[in-house]
Design a protein around this ligand. Structure first.
Ligand code: PEP
Ligand code: MG
Length: 326
């Protein structure tokens, strides 16, 4: 079966009714970029940079970061590379862990963009490294776990600060670098009409969006059965976000694991998603799904799921469609 998928890797991901879907890869380490290309990915939609910090348990130097970003950029050439700023905290703790200890609810605590905005020197170092790399290739920057517009505004101010520093030092960078935010909290989804007026693009992180919408810790096995991408509440937030983002003409991708689940491809394409960012190993299989569906059919299936109240109904509905083609 896998061999059959592998043959598809150089084919464009186009639906039966001729709609082009862009498939990007999610990576954690620079050398995984090769894997994205090998599997037929068209760029990097999510580079999880926190692994640079987790590797040595301390902040990497600007030079080390720059080396990593340039390496990804070199491998990808002119293809897009979305660098997500460090998403530390909760399950991704480093730096002696001092800042992160003794939290009763680390997933709701001091993490991601919250951590960055309180560790501004460290954050600015990362933005500097990203800007230094931005001269080559097509690099953009994206922030994780946004819950309010202050975070977006503050980060943009910091980015401008770092740009001014570089300009004063006579160092070149891409002053037109695209800036994006993740939609992975219910508040970001609910406010997505406003959020997307303040960014160039958004990427929907379904892993966290499911966790926060359903109040289910995604790493807690005791509640794993409640962690359900097919929950109607999740589907509603996704639909709301996509409607808002498309209406605003803002860039859009989905980078959580739902984007690599054949069942949910129908739903995502049906509500208007045209860019998916997924684990490199899943690219050929998802291409196969895309080549086998039509947008018309996806729209109908997504529409039929609108009134469903139970996750099992939703899963059965989309699984039956996926079974026909896989
Ligand atoms: C997500 O939350 O869906 C996501 C892509 O980010 P991460 O899995 O790194 O939290
Ligand atoms: Mg996330």
């Amino acid at each position: 079966l896998k061999k059959q998928f592998a043959a598809l890797k150089d084919k464009e991901a186009v639906t039966r009714d001729g709609v082009k879907i862009t498939i990007l890869g999610n990576i954690e380490l620079p050398d995984e970029a090769e894997l994205v290309l090998k599997n037929g990915g068209e760029g990097i939609g999510l580079y999880r940079t926190e692994f640079l910090y987790l590797k040595d348990g301390r902040e990497p130097s600007v030079q080390d970061q720059l080396r990593a970003y340039k390496e990804v950029s070199r491998i990808m050439g002119s293809r897009p590379v979305v660098i997500r700023t460090m998403d530390l905290g909760a399950d991704k703790v480093v730096l002696g862990g001092e800042e992160f200890t003794h939290e009763h609810n680390p997933v709701l605590g001091f993490k991601s963009i919250r951590f960055c905005l309180e560790n501004m020197d460290m954050f600015k170092n990362q933005l500097r490294a990203i800007l230094l790399a931005s001269g080559c290739g097509t690099i953009s920057v994206m922030i994780p776990m946004v819950t309010n517009l202050y975070e977006v505004r503050q980060t943009k101010m910091l980015l401008r600060d770092v740009m001014e520093d570089l300009a004063e030092e006579g160092i070149s960078y891409n002053s037109d670098i695209k800036f994006g935010a993740m939609i992975e909290t219910p508040s970001a989804a609910i406010m997505s009409d406003r959020l997307c007026r303040n960014v160039d693009f958004v990427s929907i992180g379904t892993n966290d969006l499911i966790q926060y919408t359903l109040a289910v810790d995604r790493a807690n096995e005791r509640v794993a059965t409640l962690y359900n991408p097919g929950d109607p509440a999740v589907l509603r937030l996704l639909r709301l976000s996509v409607d808002n983002v498309l209406a605003a003409g803002c860039g859009l991708s989905v980078c959580g694991e739902m984007a690599s689940d054949p069942e949910f491809i129908f739903f995502l394409l049906g509500i208007g998603v045209r860019t998916l960012s997924i684990a490199p190993a899943m690219i050929p299989e998802i291409k196969k799904v895309i080549l086998s569906v039509s947008i018309e059919e996806c729209r109908r299936l997504a529409e039929e799921a609108r009134d469903m109240c139970f996750p099992a109904q939703v899963s059965n509905h989309f699984r039956a469609a996926a079974m026909k083609i896989l």
